[in-house]
Design a protein around this ligand. Sequence first.
Ligand code: 5GP
Ligand code: MN
Length: 326
Amino acid sequence: MIESQARISSAREVADELRRRSCFVMVSHVKPDGDTLGAGFALGLALKRLGKRVLYFAEDAIPRNLRFLPEAQYASRQLPSDLPADTLFVFCDMSDWRRAGDGLPALTRENMLDIDHHLGNALFGKFNFVLETECSTGSVVMHLLRELGVPLDASIATCILTTIMTDTGGFMHSNTTADALDLSAQLIRLGADKEKITEEVFLRKRVAATKLLGRIIDEMTLKHGGSYCYSYVDDAMLAQTGADGEDTEDFVNVLLGQEGVNVAALFKAIDGELRVSLRSNGGVNVQAAAARLGGGGHFRASGLTFKGTLPNAFESVEQALIAEGL
Ligand code: 5GP
Ligand code: MN
């Protein structure tokens, strides 16, 4: 019997565990992005090639711009009732298993594998394959694919390249290391469809989304000598423009991109929930600021769910940012 380990596991240990199990549920986080999905689909495809049974759990619907991903059509909130006892639930791209939502059956550590690249991962799995220096969870999964020795095809390569392009903001963020670019080149040689990813994830915008961006820019506030920029979106703005929550994903980066801005926040009061996205250009640790309010993420990109009103959220987030050096 192998002990559970609240420590970082090796690729070998994890690969051995994957070979031992017969059935897998690849678990993505709520409001799934290209990293949580691409990482899970890539590993799921590889495990299928090894003859394993693979299911995909996603609490929320797959966003329109990620439905092109191989395997996306199999993601579901429902799991079959005949899962064998040795089923391994593989959590991709979340520092805490609760980010998977409420729809999973009750699990013990023994049936959880944690694959991630976030700072401050809770190491909640039987095995925890967490590499904080990797640009995406997909590039963490690559280490496992190599260890498993599964042949990489164009579908797997497209999934992994999607994780890298999503989490580097199309090769723009500071995590676009030489290693990230080397791996991307390898994936393109394997047939990863970079054009498709560029078109689906980055270029094509709905007119309603662009109108919503205009409203968010109208509501922009600059504080702290212009170094902190925040804005918000609420249900009324969505109704005015015809946009929906999915359309808001990138907009916090527009706020960060304004001249003189070092920290940006976008508050999203949608469907009775208040989500906050934080971004930094490197001076302020927004992961630490988010963690003060129960959220998390990375040094330069983090998020949280706020319990309270929009004005309270403006105040609390600003105080958390000030405490981190804003
Ligand atoms: P976004 O602003 O795109 O929703 O999230 C930015 C980053 O912060 C992502 O890496 C995401 O995983 C992380 N993040 C967002 N919301 C939460 C949260 O509520 N809890 C934790 N731990 N991380 C979050
Ligand atoms: Mn990620």
